[in-house]
Design a protein around this ligand. Sequence first.
Ligand SMILES: Nc1nc2c(ncn2[C@@H]2O[C@H](COP(=O)(O)OP(=O)(O)OP(=O)(O)O)[C@@H](O)[C@H]2O)c(=O)[nH]1
Ligand SMILES: [Mg+2]
Length: 450
Amino acid sequence: MFDKLTDSFQNAVNKIRFQDDEKALKKALAELKKSLLKSDVHHKVVKELISSVERDTKKQGIGKDNFLKALHDELVKILTAKGNQGFVFASKPPTVVLMTGLQGSGKTTTTGKLAYMLKEMKKKKVLVVAADLQRLAAVEQLRQITEQIGVDLVADENAKPEEIVKEALKKAEKELYDVVLIDTAGRLAIDEELMQELKRVKDIANPDEIFYVADAMTGMDAVRTANTFKEKIGITGVILSKFDADSKGGVSLGIAHQVGVPLRFIGSGEKMPDLDPFIPDRIVSRLMGAGDIEGLAEKTSAVIDEKTAKKMSRKIKKGQFNFNDFLEQMEQMKKLGSMKSIMSMIPGMSGIAKQLDNVDLENSEEVKQIKAMISSMTPKERENPDLMNNSRRRRIAQGAGLSQVQVNRILKQFKNAAKMAKRLSGKGGMKQMQEIMKQMQNGGGIPGMR
Ligand SMILES: Nc1nc2c(ncn2[C@@H]2O[C@H](COP(=O)(O)OP(=O)(O)OP(=O)(O)O)[C@@H](O)[C@H]2O)c(=O)[nH]1
Ligand SMILES: [Mg+2]
């Protein structure tokens, strides 16, 4: 997610040795400045960062460690604005959140993502409210999203947004919802009439939080419009959507500082799990290539049920991992979001994450074929693929729309993968794993899967 920025920081840090002179520091700072500007970080923010890092490094003595520490501390400072971090619940439920933003910025998608996160990770009872009646298809879009994630919706195409919000709050009170998320109409630009509507909704909703959803691809415009919304209706947090499409990422470094409101979440894809909390010290750790173990642990522990994980690892150790387990694992992986964002949270793996740019595990041809094949197999065969003789294999291939060669190849791959997993889970497995990672990094692909 932050590949380019991480590269910039590493390049700068590499310019300076463990003990060094002023000339080296100047070089490192120049490199840092150049690459930050290239990543679209605002020039004022860059200037402040550079001068503080220079001052602090000199004060502590010029060298790699002190430079790193100064950079780390300064980044945390710049990314931190007064206010809440991540999602904060009101002391008395329900926590009411108003979602605002320009047209097409990603409000509705982000509302769905927040609802999904609160339901799946925090086990909260969430109510979504469709207060966008500008666009005819808006209510339908929200209906589809909430149905998909299994969250309740209050909508009425014929009522005014204020009325819907009133009704939703009553319902939330009565039925003990933990969180109410209000999706509002988009504005093409800062339009007075719609601003007034938003103010009326705000007055009735009396929200605990007002999030401004900004499209990361709009760069500096995101900062400007966020500032206007802050002035006109007051916002308590910014969410940057479409961060996956914004290859530079610089706007995320400046926005909290420039708007004076914390950046709370980052949207990194179109799917529901593609939303990450933006917690400054964790982000800095990721930016410096040190991963985010805390974030990873939070994500996996909420999604992966411990009992299943233990059962799986026992099976893997015995080499008993079968096609039923495979389907179960795929379901769990789906809840974690993109492979790329997971990899970038593991220390030292940001390099690999970069190469996973276009890997969509769920929709890859390979996985589609495997799923088609599994759906044509009987439960017994899924448990024990050796039961399938030639004629069964032919039938399965027909049923799945595959050739028999493809079926045989998948079965063989699966056997190899199970063997490899067994080996890796045994003694010295970690070391072998590292070897494999190294091979992958050199562009060799996943051994045993080809
Ligand atoms: N790649 C990517 N696409 C996103 C992200 N968030 C939203 N989108 C896409 O952006 C488009 C607009 O998103 P919406 O959620 O409908 O935006 P909106 O702000 O509700 O739009 P209006 O209701 O018309 O104002 C959709 O196609 C989304 O799939 C993201 O984080 N990454
Ligand atoms: Mg919308």
